[in-house]
Ligand binder design. Structure first.
Ligand SMILES: [Zn+2]
Length: 413
């Protein structure tokens, strides 16, 4: 178990594919291809090769005595000016797990995966490779995507040997694999572990999301001549709703599994300093790990908006923007993850993941768990992203322990 070798690999990759502004491994571009070429060399040192599936995901197989398979991995792609750990930490820790098991034939098969285009930073579709492998990708929804310079996704894919209409063939990989576990290490990208002063966290699952636009309609009127009781102020109704939704989130929040809710967009009309707002539109983004809690939060938000509309003599309409159900991780693997983290650090803090990860795409297909490393200042997707080295080493060791424990668990009948 050599955590220092993983850190050495990470620094080597950063030196090769980063600039003073951060990591530059934008998916489907030349630096990303170079990172994958570098990784191919690392894999070759183990006498192993890389298979690329029809969505561009890279797979390394270490055959074991049994076809039962433990999958380890994450993604090498980064956002432009990204951090040195987001994604590649999980891939290089997974490589160390293969090294650890390569000396003698392991009891079960190990597969490493480097997902293609987790970030969606160029074309706006995150989890591209993993959703193709999971079979959840809707090809017609991505066919027309272009980047900021007008390059079509279809052409960028073709440049990398990926035909958009064959991407879903990548689902074959999971269909022909007797997958028993998916284990992903990732940097937290938030301030929770830091606030607890902990190096390593056990991830309980990825949040479900309910995202809506709420449009309050009252009556625009003169700000000087309209007495307050006679107003139909759409902004005040929206503001009251936003404050009440914060209380809804607080009410449903449990320690260690906090729920969140955000009003990120506020538009008022007519947007004149001397006019009572006749229309106000706000966004509402609610997230929770428990599907029952998420549903209750949405119900409570509807009641809060209705009440605020009544109080202000306005009407309210909802428009759904997007939703995804929560993806809780496997209880047995969560327990193994707790054991691994506790053995390295003395305790096992549990937290949900606010961001989505490739792991979420694997949840319908096999038992999944993730482990998080501490994020300094909660920062990610920027050059300041960091985990202090002693914490990084501890977390990599905990992850390697998790792989060992999972291999043992899957091996036992
Ligand atoms: Zn990532």
């Amino acid at each position: 178990m050599n955590a220092q070798r993983v850190i050495g690999d990470l620094r080597e990759l950063q030196a090769r594919t980063g600039t003073v502004d951060g990591a530059q491994r934008l998916a489907w571009g030349p630096v990303w291809r170079d990172a994958r070429e570098w990784f191919r060399g690392k894999v070759a040192e183990l006498g192993l090769g890389i298979d690329t599936d029809s969505a561009g995901n890279n797979w390394v197989t270490l055959p074991g005595a049994s076809s039962k398979t433990v999958i380890v991995g994450s993604h090498l792609d980064s956002v432009p000016n990204g951090g040195w750990l987001d994604g590649c930490l999980g891939v290089l820790a997974a490589l160390e797990a293969l090294r650890m098991h390569a000396a003698a034939k392991p009891p079960v098969t190990l597969k490493l995966v480097d997902w293609a285009d987790e970030e969606g930073a160029r074309f706006g579709r995150s989890l591209l490779g993993s959703s193709a492998a999971a079979g959840s990708l809707k090809v017609d929804e991505i066919r027309e995507l272009t980047d900021r310079t007008g390059v079509r996704l279809v052409d960028a894919l073709a440049e990398n040997g990926v035909a958009i209409d064959r991407m879903l063939d990548a689902a074959r990989e999971l269909k022909t694999t007797d997958a028993r576990a998916y284990l992903e290490l990732h940097i937290e990208q938030g301030p929770v572990l830091e606030s607890m002063g902990k190096s390593t966290g056990v991830v309980l699952g990825t949040f479900g999301v309910e995202r809506h636009m709420l449009r309050f309609t009252g009556q625009a009127a003169h700000s000087g001549s309209t007495p307050i009781p006679m107003r139909r102020d759409a902004f005040l109704a929206a503001a009251q709703t936003a404050l009440e939704c914060r209380e809804v989130a607080r009410r449903h929040s449990k320690p260690g599994a906090g729920v969140v809710c955000t009003v990120g967009i506020v538009n008022v009309e007519p947007k004149i300093v001397t006019a009572v707002p006749g229309v106000c539109e706000i966004s509402l983004d609610q997230r929770a790990l428990d599907p029952g809690v998420l549903a209750a939060m949405l119900r409570d938000a509807h009641e809060a908006a209705d009440r605020a509309a009544r109080d202000n003599n306005v009407s309210v309409e909802w428009r759904k923007v997007w939703n995804i159900e929560p993806r809780p991780f496997d209880p047995t693997l969560v327990r193994l993850c707790e054991d691994a983290v506790r053995e390295e650090t003395g305790e096992a803090p549990r937290l949900p993941s606010g961001p989505l990860h490739d792991a979420a795409e694997m949840v319908p297909h096999m038992p999944v768990v993730m482990m998080f490393a501490y994020s300094s200042n909660g920062l990610s997707h920027c050059k300041e992203e960091d985990t202090p080295e002693p914490y990084l080493e501890t977390t990599i060791r905990a992850y390697l322990r998790l792989v060992q424990k999972t291999v043992a668990h899957v091996t036992s009948p």
